[in-house]
Design a protein around this ligand. Structure first.
Ligand SMILES: C[S@@+](CC[C@H](N)C(=O)[O-])C[C@H]1O[C@@H](n2cnc3c(N)ncnc32)[C@H](O)[C@@H]1O
Length: 438
């Protein structure tokens, strides 16, 4: 396909996302079925443009003066892909598959530059109702935090030391994936830098090292959050919100297959995906407990060295990867997540033994889901005391040289750490560690 047809395709796909409320992946799949002549390279190009339009939807609709799929796609071409109005006109010219020619108003909007005097929520590219939350959380850096969250994300790998040491895994991955880098924060982390949005992303899960279980796809922020469990080798650990097991696998590797790791989730269906992942990873210290909490976890009360809680949340920390969810989040759902967070905290603490630790994690950058929830919990549970999160991460023995000092500088209230694209070039994770009195 030529670029004019791809741009028309991006407008169609974005229309399906915005007006039929389809996730980007589903819209792209349906569009591909109806346009069989489009190859995988065309679909990757279209997907890259749609995702960039969604990532920057706030600033783009402001500059374009409308919030239509066409306006956002044209805006993304100009302001995210650096194509000026003349270049877009030239691509459209004489191509029967091109969208309608640019209007005078569009040419002007594509040429005038982004509005640096716009309100914060526009400059930070977040929904208007979340502007105050952003400002409260990040003050002077709110705009930078929002803009970094509107950028593209790299793909990160975690070396699974149950199967391969980092050097061996790197040696196996490097010939397959160009430009792979070693993380500067974490010893087991590898990074595939963000690629050209017009091109197909390297398929990390199709390389032999992935099939053999030597590496797992996991954002460095998520890996750091798991390290906050500390030195848990030989310990008794509960992954209370285990879901599909991303953190379970990281915790098992941290435990070097010693001790006992219990994986539980309130929604048993979510646990199903954990089984093949456990098998591929070689984890042998995991007991998946599937069933009602009272029946399946009752025997663990007051016994565990660490309860790890990757709480349900808005997912605001992953907006770079799922930008449609940024605009779908509604106040009511946001409030519901906060009640769920209070609920999981109010239940899970009882499994921690005296002297043991509770690790509260969200993939959110919003204080209502993070420090506000911890404050609420600590008010009701004075027997828990916060522990500096960077110290807990260092106790895992898996931080890269110099990383502890960098993370220490990020510690805020309760010694908790807020990771973010702007601060750590990771997804936005919040990590708070609390210790139960003896
Ligand atoms: C962020 S996800 C967990 C992701 C998982 N740890 C991973 O790394 O792949 C949050 C999980 O919390 C679970 N959850 C939601 N509400 C819950 C509740 N009230 N009690 C326990 N778990 C809950 C959800 O089922 C979901 O699987």
């Amino acid at each position: 396909m030529r670029d004019a047809g791809r741009i028309a395709g991006a407008i169609d796909v974005l229309d399906m996302v915005m007006n039929r409320h389809q996730p980007v992946k589903d819209a792209l799949r349906d569009w591909g079925k109806a346009h069989r002549f489009a190859g995988s390279g065309d679909r990757a190009w279209i997907s890259g443009l749609v995702l960039d339009a969604l990532r920057r939807r706030g600033a783009l609709r402001h500059v374009m003066g409308e919030d239509t799929p066409r306006a956002l796609v044209l805006g993304a071409l100009a302001y995210a892909w650096d194509m000026d109005a003349n270049a877009i006109c030239a691509v459209f010219e004489g191509d029967e598959h091109a969208p309608e020619p640019l209007t005078e108003a569009e040419i002007e909007a594509l040429s005038k530059g982004l509005d640096t005097d716009a309100p914060l929520h526009v400059r930070a590219d977040v929904p208007e109702w979340l502007g105050p939350s952003f400002e409260r959380a990040y003050g002077d850096t709110a705009e930078l935090e929002g803009q970094a969250m509107a950028g593209r994300a790299p793909v990160d790998l975690r070396v699974n030391r149950l199967k391969a040491e980092p050097e061996k895994a790197f040696g196996a991955v490097a010939p397959k994936i160009k430009n792979i880098e070693v993380s500067d924060l974490i010893l087991d982390g590898l990074r595939i830098p963000e690629t050209d949005p017009r091109a197909k992303a390297p398929g990390a899960d199709s390389i032999p090292a992935f099939g053999k279980g030597w590496v797992e796809v996991q954002d460095i922020g998520s890996q750091l959050a798991a390290l906050a469990a500390g030195d848990i080798k030989g310990g008794q650990v509960l992954d209370y919100c285990a879901g599909a097991g991303g953190k379970t696998l990281a915790l098992s590797a941290l435990m070097e297959n010693t001790g006992q790791l219990y994986a539980w989730d309130y929604d048993g269906r979510r646990l199903r995906a954990i089984w093949p992942r456990l098998q591929r990873s070689g984890a042998r210290n995991v007991q998946v407990r599937d069933g009602k909490e009272a029946e399946t976890l009752g025997d663990l009360e007051g016994k565990l060295d660490c309860v790890f809680m990757d709480a349900p949340c808005s997912g605001a920390g992953t907006w770079r990867r799922r930008p449609d969810s940024k605009w779908r989040l509604k106040e009511e759902a946001f409030k519901r997540r906060q009640s769920e967070q209070d609920e999981v905290l109010s239940k899970a603490w009882r499994f921690v033994k005296p002297g043991g630790r509770l690790v509260y994690v969200t993939c959110s950058i919003l204080p209502e889901e993070n420090e506000d929830r911890v404050a609420h919990f600590l008010d009701a549970h004075p027997e828990f005391t916060p522990v500096p999160a960077s110290d807990a991460m260092a106790q895992s023995g898996r931080l890269a040289e110099g990383a502890q000092a960098r993370l220490k500088a990020l510690e805020g209230r309760f010694g908790a750490i807020q990771l973010s694209p702007h601060r750590t070039n990771t997804d936005g994770f919040y990590v708070c560690v609390m210790e139960r009195a003896m």
